[in-house]
Design a protein around this ligand. Structure first.
Ligand SMILES: [Zn+2]
Length: 364
């Protein structure tokens, strides 16, 4: 990676470095343009790759720096670096956005909207919308490949019986029906375990229930058919796993946790992290917004590099392969965070909340 933005970002180590680097609005605009348009400026309306700067020209009023016009004769759309991105949902200065992103990425477990509001000097409702806009930007769309582990858990702890539902027994053995929200996690193991190699990406999704249909929907959406899937022997995974090039399972009920490369330790680690993050910070997470929080937790998981691998014994005496990681410096995570935001949009809903118009990057 080269360019002005990399040298600016690589010098940011502390909060005061960050405040200093993001003090000037013009510098923030240039940084954002370099990160969002890393492969060249692109029209957010039609995807055309040629456009001209309008700065200083008479476009009714004097055009401001950062305003561009699409050179496609049929389009002629005027745009800035925030047009058709989640950054457009507020009229905040770009330095506030970059500061908020840095603070969120810098924390291990995320920041509450109250904490963010105090840190950047906006109202709590604005901070809440900013947090969700940033989580929308952090969504990853690429399908996972190579060795992919999957795991399931419930938000809010162990399953709870619901007296109104039929008796347990039709689902997974020993796993009663529950009123809690089930979640599937999927992680890609690092392709390479030499020091400095990037970790794989991770996804988590709220599902309606732990049926085979729901498992298949999530796995088809997040995993390439060429992947080698690893899971436990839960019935829904057994059938959903048939759609992949290979599928190996571990049987937890028989104390079979690691068999050579066959294990789901990393997916369980990611599930633990999702669970702990939600318990620690987001006390009243709604299932509707949970997937947005998962974008943030998954992105944070991916922003690490391999240091090495060790085998550890757990308290129960089982061996667990543990990979040791280093976090990518926070400011250097920003280009990845901003790389594919064009086309992802959110709107204020009538209730003062937000609605996601599109969670897919259209161009970029
Ligand atoms: Zn255009």
């Amino acid at each position: 990676m080269a360019g002005e933005h990399h040298s600016v970002l690589s010098r940011i180590k502390t909060v005061s470095d960050m405040v200093d680097a993001f003090r000037d609005e013009e510098q923030c605009r240039r940084l954002l343009e370099q990160m969002v348009w890393s492969r060249g400026r692109i029209c957010p309306a039609c995807g055309f790759r040629e456009s001209c700067a309008l700065a200083g020209r008479d476009t009714g009023a004097k055009a401001r720096p950062g305003l561009y016009q699409c050179a496609n004769g049929a389009c002629r759309h005027q745009f800035t670096v925030t047009t058709h991105t989640p950054l457009h949902s507020t009229k905040l200065p770009l330095r506030i956005w970059l500061t908020a992103m840095w603070l969120i990425l810098q924390s291990d477990k995320g920041i509450s909207s109250i904490g963010l509001a105090e840190a950047v000097g906006v109202s709590q409702p604005t901070a809440w919308r900013m947090g969700h806009a940033i989580r929308l930007m952090l969504a990853r769309e690429a399908q996972l490949d190579g060795i992919v582990e999957t795991d399931e858990f419930y938000i809010g702890g162990s399953p709870r019986h619901n007296a109104d539902l039929p008796k347990p027994g039709r689902g997974r053995k020993g796993r009663p029906r529950t009123t809690k929200t089930p979640v599937l996690t999927v992680i890609q193991r690092p392709l390479d375990l030499t020091a400095g190699a990037p970790t794989g990406e991770a996804r988590a999704r709220v599902v309606k229930n732990l049926s085979e249909i729901e498992a298949s929907l999530v796995l088809e959406d997040t995993v390439e058919p060429t992947a080698h899937l690893m899971s436990d022997e839960w019935k829904s995974f057994m059938s959903a796993g048939q759609g992949f090039a290979a599928h190996d399972t571990v049987c937890h009920s028989q104390k079979d946790f690691v068999r050579g490369i066959v294990h789901v330790n990393s997916a369980e680690g990611f599930s633990d992290r999702v669970r702990r993050t939600i318990v620690g910070v987001f006390h009243h997470i709604s299932p509707d917004h949970a997937n947005l929080y998962f974008n943030e937790i998954g992105f944070r998981w991916s922003q690490r590099t391999v240091v090495g691998q060790v085998v550890r014994k757990t308290r129960k005496g089982r061996s667990k392969i543990k990979t040791v990681w280093d976090k990518i410096p926070t400011a250097l995570q920003l280009p990845a965070a901003l790389r594919s935001i064009v086309g992802r949009q959110m709107r204020r809903s009538e209730q003062g909340g937000i609605s996601i118009k599109s969670n897919i990057a259209v161009f970029g």
